[in-house]
Design a protein around this ligand. Structure first.
Ligand SMILES: [Zn+2]
Length: 204
């Protein structure tokens, strides 16, 4: 039997449950991404509590809740392993309006299939789908996610030259033009990419 792994989109599907002590991930980046994904799928949330070269710890956003999850990073191999887990005992409201649920990263992954199935999908549909599961995102957030997915999908289909031409001529906003290409590939560690710009808003 040859184990043929399916498409890249299901790459993270074989990863273990980060909420179980003993689960191992090839590196911290994979562990963090999977933790975020699973957390959103389960309607939970967290905030980062500590991060250094040998551990990554998250806690509840409700300070009274004992939730705690720790990845320990093995020296040398870099493998990240869940070594501590205490479950939540906070009310579900704690997890409402978690910022990560409006992130391009999450939304892109959650809606990629929808857009692959129907490339004419609008941002408003993403917003409606999220709203249906209790996640209220802004139009801008939905729109950014849509654009991001379209870039991924067109890249995956080999529309290389096409993509370059359109993204330069369309120039929907200079902000996106400047930042999208690089940040899609290497995520900045500290500076949040999705931070909305407030400076333009002026009433006069
Ligand atoms: Zn909690």
């Amino acid at each position: 039997m040859s184990s043929s792994s399916p498409a890249a989109s299901s790459m993270t599907n074989n990863l273990p449950d980060p909420y179980i002590v003993g689960s191992e991930f090839p590196n911290l980046e994979t562990a963090r991404k999977h933790l975020k994904k699973v957390t959103i799928q389960r309607g939970l949330s967290y905030k980062r509590a500590q991060h250094d070269y040998r551990r990554y710890i998250v806690r509840c956003r409700n300070p009274a809740c004992p939730f705690r999850l720790r990845f320990t990073i093995k020296r040398g191999s870099g493998i990240a392993k869940t070594t501590v887990f205490h479950p939540h005992n906070c009310p579900p409201e704690t997890h409402r309006d978690w910022k990560a649920m409006a992130s391009v990263e999450y939304l892109s992954e959650a809606h990629r299939n929808t857009i692959e199935d129907d490339p004419s999908t609008k941002a408003s549909k993403i917003i409606a789908l999220e709203k249906a599961r209790g996640n209220h995102i802004s139009y801008k957030q939905g729109w950014r996610a849509l654009k991001h997915i379209q870039e991924i999908v067109s890249g995956a289909n080999g529309g290389d030259g096409d993509d370059k031409g359109s993204s330069e001529s369309a120039t929907i906003s200079s902000e996106k033009n400047a930042s999208s290409k690089q940040e899609n590939e290497q995520k900045p560690a500290k500076r949040g990419r999705g931070r909305p710009r407030k400076s333009h808003v002026q009433n006069g």
